[in-house]
Structures are given as structure tokens and as C-alpha cells.
Design a protein around this ligand. Sequence first.
Ligand SMILES: Nc1ncnc2c1ncn2[C@@H]1O[C@H](COP(=O)(O)OP(=O)(O)OP(=O)(O)O)[C@@H](O)[C@H]1O
Length: 363
Amino acid sequence: MAGLNTEERNTSGLSAAGLSIDRVTKRFGEHVAVDELSLEIKPGEFVALLGPSGCGKTTMLRMLAGFESVNGGRIQLGSRTLASPETHVPPEQRDMAMVFQSYALWPHMSVADNVGYPIKLRGLRGTEYQQRVQQALALVELEAYAERMPQALSGGQRQRVALARCLVSDPSVVLLDEPLANLDRHLRATMEHSFRDFHQRTGATLVYVTHDQTEAMALADKIAVMKAGKLVQWGTPQTLYHEPRTAWVAGFIGQGSQLKVAAGSPGKLLEHATLMRGLNATESERTQAVLVRPEHIQIATQLPSAHQLTAQVENVIFRGERYELSLRLPSSETLLAYHRTAPKVGSQVAVSLDQGWCMEPDQ
Ligand SMILES: Nc1ncnc2c1ncn2[C@@H]1O[C@H](COP(=O)(O)OP(=O)(O)OP(=O)(O)O)[C@@H](O)[C@H]1O
């Protein structure tokens, strides 16, 4: 029965398929680039592989595409095994398409010819060829640019041509390797919208490699956070933000402060009163790492009560809609907070924390 929900045909005609990555390992000589990584990706899911440079994201993507073999484990698309130490389905037989950081468009071909190139190679001609190219251009909203040459397009438009070229062959899975890395900040934001729209229109299974957490959070249904070849956490952007498993994940995702508290245990949410009591304990008692997001911090100028702490304002940055404050607690830990107005640098403020999330120490 598993095959029934691992392969589905969606409204655009693209056949989305689920990907199963089971304890996949890749070694380059002595170096383990990907270490027993397992993920179950559902049909039509938008998944980001996120992690710092060198953590093995691109290697994992290249193993999915078939450009690298695997040393251990298994990759399956629906019920079909694509890779294991005994099996290696070549890239062109995997029903996947990959979009690279450098769009790699042919400079001497028009947009339409670039997009149609993969199906022309397969011998498609005539009306069906024209229709497929038109459909692929429509998916990235570039129908009006069919006859332009790539040099006459913006970076974002070129990246959309590359996307259309990968869609024309109707892949089950689209693999994207840092597709926005070469674009400026403004264009990246625009392209994030294009990618989300594109995913909604096609319903294709997308695996997206990035080292940019804001990009991953904005785009993906689920994020695999990787560190040194290993999967550290696999969850929705909301879970990663609110319930990071380790202190390292918390430092990588969103803004926040990590404090030591004498309360709770990993995976527990501390409510206000317990958190404040735990923070007021002696240093030797405070052994549990807790994450406090800035939106869970209240700042006041009145004197602290039993459930407040006093903090010194060390830095104030204007962020338009609010001020970002860097505060020093009596424990000498720093706390990042938001506030509507700007307290004086050097002044004392009363701080009250609504909640905190307890994490595992890093391995
Ligand atoms: N062909 C190769 N031969 C030897 N080592 C390699 C090879 N490809 C990758 N590596 C190593 O494997 C590790 C993972 O590389 P990978 O490119 O997958 O990382 P990444 O997370 O994608 O990094 P980045 O964000 O910088 O692209 C790195 O230490 C890298 O040097």
C-alpha cells in the first residue's frame, strides 16, 4: 500500500513522488561527507537541506541526482531503488531534474530554445514540443520572453528559465542547489515568492539546498538541519524555531538568547514563573540551557519584583518597526530583546521572560 501515497499525479500534470533516504553514507577517502542520513520526503513536499558550509548538503543532493554514488544506505523514489552500494541508476533515468547555482543557459539560444533543449535531445518535435515549452514557460511566468536571448534577461529571469528548462521534462523531483546564491538581496526576496508560487502551481517534490536559514524558513514545508554530515533535526520551520533540539540548532535558526537555568530538562517548555525562579538560582545550580526568543521578553522601567530581573542596557539598534536591545543580566549573560522605544544605553531596566525552551547540549 505504501506505493499509493508515495506517487501521485498533481493538477499541473507533474508526477510528484516521495523520496526515501535511508541511512545514506558518502565517504571521500577518510572523510565522511554524509553520515547515515535518513529522511522520508512526502510527494509534493518542499524540503530544504540546511547547514553551514561543508556539512554535506550538496553531496546529499548530488547523491539524489545520481552524480555521486552512495557508500552505504539506500535512496528510493516511490517504490523504486535509485541508489545503494549495489545499485546506481544513472541520472538521466531517475526522473529528476536539477537547477544549479549558475544557471548554465546556452548564450546562443533563445529562452524558448534553452527551455526546449532537454526534450529536443529526446527527439520531441512539432506541436507537442511547442506545447511543452509553452507550459514550462507559463509555470515560471515567462511566456512573454520566449524569443529573448539569455543576455537580455535579469538574473532572476535567467534563474526562472533554468527552472522552466528543468520542468519541461516533467520530473517527479526537482533538486535545487543554492539557486538564489548569485542574486542580490532584493531579487532573492522576489525569487522566494516565485519559488513558493511555482511549488504551489506544480505540486512537484522539491529538495532545496541552502545555507541561508531565512530562505529555508520562508520556503520549505520541512527542513533537514545538517552538521558535519549528520542530520541534527528534521521538522517544520515552526518546530525548528520554537523547539530546536540542541543549542547549536537554536543558534543557527532565528534570533534568540541562550541562558543557563536551574529548571526543566531537554525538550521542555518553561513557563514564566518556573523560568524566572530558575534564572534567579545560584550559578552552580543553573546547568540547563534554555532558549529565550526576543518576542517573549517584556521590558519595563519600574523596579523588579520577585518575578523579574534587572538588566543593564548595553546596546540599542533602530530596526524601523522596533528597537533591538542588547541587555546584560546580573549573571553577566546577554539577552536580546525588542522594544517599541529606545531606553538609554547604560540604564537599568526590569526584564520579565514569558517562556523558554530547554535544549540538549551539543555533541
Ligand atoms: N569530490 C570530493 N572529493 C573530496 N571531498 C569532497 C568532495 N566533494 C565534497 N567533499 C567534501 O565533503 C564535505 C561536504 O561537502 P559539500 O559540498 O557536500 O558541503 P556543503 O554543505 O554543500 O557546503 P557548501 O555550502 O560550502 O557548498 C566537505 O568537507 C567537502 O570538502
